[in-house]
Write a protein that binds this ligand. Structure first.
Ligand code: GDP
Length: 450
């Protein structure tokens, strides 16, 4: 599967970040160096990598840490967002003409990229949407290509328009559109001829089709297995004939996947679909965000981060971070943050996001197994019980907690005094850490500790 090795390398980088209690600027730079190496090894375009690393670094260093995340997660969040941006942020659809007007889609690409297969796959998608597509055999150089399109068209239950090898592709396209007008076909998808390499004849032929008929969308098919070559091909096509979007094929194969990451940045044109196999159903809409989380191999963590963003009450979060900065965080605030965590669901994995809890040995970035989850939930319930056994004064000012008060609290909560001691101690350590982080803070938020 494409990206496997990149995913593994990135996960290692994040694992190393995670094992640090605090991150220094040097930690981040080291991590970015590793990320850079991993991207280059995945055959991502060098300039794209450089720009990517620069963007992540600018954001990671000196960035305010979001409430509910630790610095390591913050770096993942930034890398993820930059990956999504790199691939174009939004999902782009092939733009169809309004109403029943005919849309002409011209498919282009080098020989072997998967153009004919993808053309048939695409037609199948339109058919499923209730449209009546027409496939047009404009590759007049390879008789086998016409036959292949006919066979695939038949499999898809889609009509194929062919005039043999003795006509110019532009004329075939023109006749096909006439046919489509009479028969109510749209979109009309032109399967054009590829060559082994970019050559003038091929470009001239595509240009001639564009000059003869109105082509609404020019879609380039590139083969992910050819890595950076595919990206160079895309740039050439875009410069010479102008393309509207790209379909990357063979992302199912053992490719390094760099083409998918670079093509938008290099050409400015979005990836529309990804070919995920030889079967005619193996064409997936391209979602930059889903692809990014697949690359990071951290769907669960990313979902968690999203939840933290959407569910922590803004005002409360601001107030909390002010307190954190001044290290005025008390047990009442702690109860409040536990309540927010519960609102967010998925208690076990969220534990790690609350600063301090990870350090208590209960939270891990990659979620917990069932046993650990049960343990974490038990711990949390005990902590709540301990805090509920405190008086309001004790909650607001833990410094007053002397041994006799602690005994009383332990009895009230039904726990051993050692547990109360441990929690109070850890709470103190957490506050100390917050204080250090807060020192570099600005505008009421605390900064990354590097
Ligand atoms: P064309 O010369 O560009 O028209 O390429 P074809 O459509 O004939 O495809 C070339 C080869 O790539 C064929 O063996 C296809 O089955 C294969 N192929 C196309 N798309 C994919 C894909 O997404 N994944 C895999 N694994 N193979 C593909």
């Amino acid at each position: 599967m494409a990206f496997d090795s990149l995913t593994e390398k990135l996960q290692n980088v994040f694992k190393n970040l995670r094992s640090k209690g605090r991150l220094t600027e040097a930690d981040v730079k080291e991590a970015l160096k590793e990320i850079k190496r991993a991207l280059l090894a995945a055959d991502v375009n060098f300039k794209v990598v450089k720009e990517f690393i620069k963007n992540v670094q600018e954001r990671a260093i000196g960035q305010d840490v979001m409430n509910g995340l630790n610095p390591g997660q913050m770096v993942i969040k930034i890398v993820n967002e930059e990956l999504v941006k790199l691939m174009g942020s939004e999902t782009t659809e092939i733009k169809l003409q309004p109403g029943s007007a005919i849309t002409v889609i011209m498919m282009a690409g080098l020989q072997g990229a998967g153009k004919t297969t993808t053309t048939a796959k695409l037609a199948g998608k339109y058919k499923l949407k209730g449209k009546k597509p027409l496939l047009v055999a404009c590759d007049v150089y390879r008789p086998a290509a016409i036959k292949q399109l006919q066979v695939n068209g038949e499999k898809q239950g889609v009509e194929v328009f062919a005039m043999g090898e003795n006509h110019k592709p532009a004329d075939i396209a023109k006749a096909a559109i006439e046919h489509a007008k009479k028969n109510g076909n749209t979109p009309v998808i032109l399967d054009t001829a590829g060559r082994l390499h970019i050559d003038e004849d091929m470009m001239a032929e595509l240009q001639e089709i564009k000059e003869t008929v109105e082509v609404h969308q020019t879609i380039l098919v590139i083969d992910a297995m050819t890595g950076q070559d595919a990206v160079n091909v895309a740039k050439d096509f875009n410069d010479k004939i102008g393309i509207d979007g790209v379909i990357v094929t063979k992302l199912d194969g053992d490719t390094r996947g760099g083409a998918a990451l670079s093509v938008k940045a290099v050409t400015g044109k979005p990836i529309l679909y990804a070919g995920m196999g030889e079967k005619l159903s193996d064409l997936e809409q391209f979602y930059p965000d889903r692809m990014a989380s697949r690359i990071l191999g951290m769907g669960d963590v990313l979902t968690l981060i999203e939840k933290a963003e959407s569910q922590i009450d803004e005002e409360k979060a601001k107030e909390m971070s002010k307190k954190l900065k001044k290290a005025q965080f008390d047990f009442e605030d702690y109860l409040e943050s536990m309540k927010q965590m519960k609102n967010m669901g998925g208690l076990s994995s969220i534990m790690s996001m609350l600063p301090g809890l990870g350090g208590m040995g209960m939270g891990k970035m990659k979620g917990l197994d069932d046993e650990q989850t049960a343990q974490a939930e038990k711990n949390m319930a005990r902590m709540e019980a301990i805090i509920y056994s405190m008086t309001v004064e004790e909650r607001r000012n833990p410094d007053v907690l002397n041994p006799s008060r602690k005994h009383r609290i332990a009895r009230g909560a039904g726990v051993d005094i050692s547990e109360v001691n441990r929690m109070v101690k850890q709470f103190g350590e957490m506050k100390k850490m917050m204080k250090m982080m807060g020192k570099g803070g600005k505008r009421g938020k605390f900064r990354m500790p590097f």
